[in-house]
Design a protein around this ligand. Structure first.
Ligand code: TYD
Length: 133
């Protein structure tokens, strides 16, 4: 299920520290980390689903909206806190929009990059969902 995972936040007078560990805060083993940055105003990222990949998405800096669609229906998550991780299970269509200036989107994924795992066609995604149910 798509959900916000609240990560630990260690506060002291020197500032804040948050973290995540595979199979601890995160419900999968992390095999890859990538980040999206310098997104020009008005641009959209994502616009696809994965057949088997699981991810967490964090607004490390700034903010953006994540529009998601899956078995559960549609939802929009506005990410703007670096201690919130959005968990996206396999079979979730996602579209990242409304990036603020200097937004940094950190993604931790359950597998190495594999183009064959992408569903980039929306109609194909809809039939994938039907067959999953
Ligand atoms: P894509 O997943 O389409 O970007 P987004 O969903 O963030 O809009 O990836 C864009 C390009 O980068 C595409 O050519 C594949 C490549 N890429 C990698 O080589 N490795 C990776 O880990 C990722 C996420 C993308």
């Amino acid at each position: 299920m798509v959900k916000i995972i609240q990560l630990p936040k260690i506060l002291d007078r020197r500032g804040n520290l948050s973290f995540f560990e595979s199979s601890n805060q995160i419900p999968f083993e992390i095999k890859r980390t990538y980040w999206i940055y310098d997104v020009p105003g008005g641009e959209t990222r994502g616009g696809h689903a994965y057949r088997s990949l699981q991810e967490i998405v964090i607004a490390l800096s700034g903010s953006f909206d994540v529009h998601v669609e899956g078995k559960f229906g549609n939802e929009v998550f506005s990410l703007n806190r670096s201690y919130n991780a959005l968990y996206l299970p396999a079979g979730t269509w996602r579209s990242l929009q409304n990036f603020s200036t200097n937004a940094v989107c950190l993604v931790a994924a359950s597998a190495a990059y594999d183009e064959a795992d992408y569903i980039r066609d929306y109609n194909q995604f809809k039939s994938f969902l039907e067959h999953e149910q």
